[in-house]
Design a protein around this ligand. Sequence first.
Ligand SMILES: NC(=O)c1ccc[n+]([C@@H]2O[C@H](COP(=O)([O-])OP(=O)(O)OC[C@H]3O[C@@H](n4cnc5c(N)ncnc54)[C@H](OP(=O)(O)O)[C@@H]3O)[C@@H](O)[C@H]2O)c1
Length: 260
Amino acid sequence: MSDWALITGATTGIGLELARIFARERHNLVLTARNEARLQEVAADLRRANEIETRVVAKDLSTASAPQELFDATSDLTISTLVNNAGLGFYGDFADVPLDRHRLVMQVNMTALVELTYLFLAPMLRRGQGRILNVASMAAFQPGPTINVYYASKAFAFSFTYSLAMEVEDRGITVTALCPGTTHTEFFERGGFGPVRAPLTMSARAVAEAGYRGLMRGKRLVIPGWHNRLAVQFARRMPLSVTSAVVKKLHRKRRVNGSK
Ligand SMILES: NC(=O)c1ccc[n+]([C@@H]2O[C@H](COP(=O)([O-])OP(=O)(O)OC[C@H]3O[C@@H](n4cnc5c(N)ncnc54)[C@H](OP(=O)(O)O)[C@@H]3O)[C@@H](O)[C@H]2O)c1
């Protein structure tokens, strides 16, 4: 079996669930994130449960050299699917969050995503075959006061992905933007958000299943969950001043409740 998928951020959350689904569907897997011990555990579990091959390449995507190093570490494999899932965000007004944290978000959510796409797309184009799944967010569809740079990074990821999908659609490559709403993962704890009490919060498994299905169908945009699709339609019809004020209020409320 020579079909390989590479998944970033495969240790937890949506990336881990995507890895489980790809393994179930018998794709060989390159798994990457920072935590090598956890990656090795995940890889061993997936190999045991499914007849697949795995390769672990631990990388910190916030370092400038990581995308090229990841590409070089897999240059002997035919990567037919690239999943740019790794991402992070920090709660707080722009001026109150340390600049290093903004840099981290921009590097992982935008720069690494673009560079990995660029590097892995080239051999796909030569073969005339390939799939790319970029995990953006519903945050792509309106500005997000109090999580400013994260929302902006996801608007970037979505716009970049959709444009690329149209550029390469006649060359055998599909590019899909996965835009989940609030999902049960470690994301909020890691980013210093309050506890998540959003109604209709989805499981990482349900989000990953929707992403995998959409990717395989070659869709340009996947928004998992009918309630999220409805919310996006609603947001698109409302003035930005209204939707951004709602986001600000919801996140401030969440933080105040969380800090009690
Ligand atoms: N949860 C939500 O509500 C939600 C909603 C919309 C979109 N999303 C998006 O979904 C994607 C997955 O997030 P999640 O919710 O599953 O979050 P998560 O549970 O926090 O998982 C994030 C993954 O990214 C990896 N990662 C973080 N920083 C990294 C770095 N510097 N270098 C390499 N890998 C790094 C983490 O592994 P290590 O710590 O081992 O590096 C982990 O595997 C993100 O792009 C996120 O923005 C999430």
